[in-house]
Design a protein around this ligand. Structure first.
Ligand code: 0PR
Length: 394
């Protein structure tokens, strides 16, 4: 039986969550009581997780063609964006000998996390373990999500937050100046939380590698939009080592479904701890028991929407964002150029409060600007109603 959602999404303008695709909702319910943290017991959901990671990897340019060792993989490969969607698809990974043989039992290089926060924390943890320096530091642009603050705190890694440029993108010179021989990870954001900006990822990866550090891309929000743009953001575009991409944001999966991917198996290996009383011998996730609902819904959403459904949604959101930016500019508001579909505007305090009182779920950037995120539930008619209210209160 389908019940109404507990939250009316009509007026939710600043969230990065949305209503899941119907197939994702159904899959989540079916796998609600399964635990991918115990793959030997819940093997069906474990297989689904391998598929989820394979599909996320293809979206993010991590498609390893059989018989190709990672070192030989062409970095500009552009044939990585088709999905056969068959229930039989299995991950491919390179064997320990680099032979790249197809291995149905192989763990893919990543897993479905509880969200972007867990993925980012684990990326920092993996880099810290692999680098093994005495006083590790982490370099992020100031536009990075606050989950990196949590990661630094938990993992006792020094957080170096560097200024962004005038357009709110990572400033490569500033990043380079902050990096040193004890930097374990340099982060680039591909779709920033506040402005939807995409950092210069290839340049950031080069800075990281020159210093012997790893490079992580946070595409938690942007990952399901960027494949339809010209941006260079993924494993095929740059020598990045890990990436966050969240099905429960623009992937239209049910919460909790984040995604963490590594270029190499060593990224996951660094996270694994022994699990003496489980049938499987090790576990890499941060949480122990975790929801199979997110895993199954991620696969169902990707099967339903990749690539055409996501492309249509990206194009719709992009058009809507540009239209709204124009409407706000016509009313005299200063609206920065739209990159990915987030519109930011200085509505001033009293107007912002009056709109909140009219039940618009709006939030502000650190510098007090209202953010409107073009998630699938945000429609032109709801934005027209929003503009009518804005005209009434300003
Ligand atoms: N990385 C980026 C770029 C993000 O934008 C976010 C979340 C994360 C990582 C962390 O992801 P999880 O929240 O899945 O752990 N960005 C949103 C934000 O902080 C999260 C959010 C979502 C907030 C829905 C409110 C909301 O209603 O704004």
């Amino acid at each position: 039986m389908q019940r109404a959602a507990p939250q009316e999404f009509d007026r939710v303008l600043s969230s990065m969550c949305t209503e899941p695709h119907p197939d994702a909702r159904a899959a989540a319910e079916r796998f609600l009581a399964t635990n991918p943290g115990d793959p030997a017991t819940y093997n069906e959901v474990a297989r689904l997780e391998a598929r989820a990671v394979t599909e996320l990897g293809r979206l993010a340019g991590l498609d390893v063609p059989p018989q190709t060792a990672p070192a030989e993989r062409p970095h500009d490969a552009d044939d990585s964006q088709t999905v056969d969607g068959g229930a039989e698809s299995v991950p491919t990974r390179s064997g320990g000998d680099g032979s790249g043989v197809r291995d149905p039992d192989a763990a893919p290089h990543g897993y479905v996390t509880s969200g972007g926060t867990e993925a980012n924390i684990q990326a920092v943890r993996s880099a810290r373990e692999r680098r093994g320096v005495a006083n590790p530091n982490l370099v992020v642009p100031e536009s990075a999500h606050f989950s990196f603050t949590k990661a630094a705190d938990l993992l006792e890694v020094e957080l170096r937050s560097v200024p962004t440029d005038a357009d709110h993108r990572a400033d490569v010179e500033a990043v380079a100046a902050a990096v040193d021989e004890e930097t374990v990870l340099v982060v680039g954001v591909a779709g920033s939380t506040e402005y939807g900006r995409v950092d210069p990822i290839p340049e950031i990866a080069a800075v990281a590698h020159d210093a012997g550090a790893y490079c992580h891309v946070d595409a938690a929000w942007g990952g399901f939009l960027l494949p339809f743009t010209d941006h260079e953001w993924n494993f095929a575009h740059a020598g990045i080592d890990s990436l966050t991409i969240d099905p429960h944001k623009c992937g239209q999966a049910a919460i909790p479904a984040g995604g963490l991917l590594f270029r190499e198996a060593a990224g996951m290996d660094a996270l694994a701890v022994d699990t003496p009383y489980l049938e499987s011998t090790s576990q890499a996730s941060l949480t122990g028991t975790r929801s199979g609902a997110g895993v199954a819904s991620a696969v169902a959403a990707i099967d339903a929407l990749w690539p055409d459904g996501y492309r249509r949604e990206y194009e719709r959101a992009d058009r809507l964002a540009r239209w709204l930016a124009g409407e706000l500019r016509d009313r005299g508001y200063d609206v920065p150029e739209v990159e990915l579909p987030i519109v930011v505007a200085d509505l001033r305090g009293s107007t912002f409060e009056a709109l909140r009182e009219r039940e618009w779920r709006l939030s502000r950037t650190g510098s007090g600007l209202a953010r409107i995120v073009m998630m699938p539930h945000v429609t032109q008619s709801s934005l027209r109603a929003f503009l009518d209210d804005l005209d009434a209160v300003r």
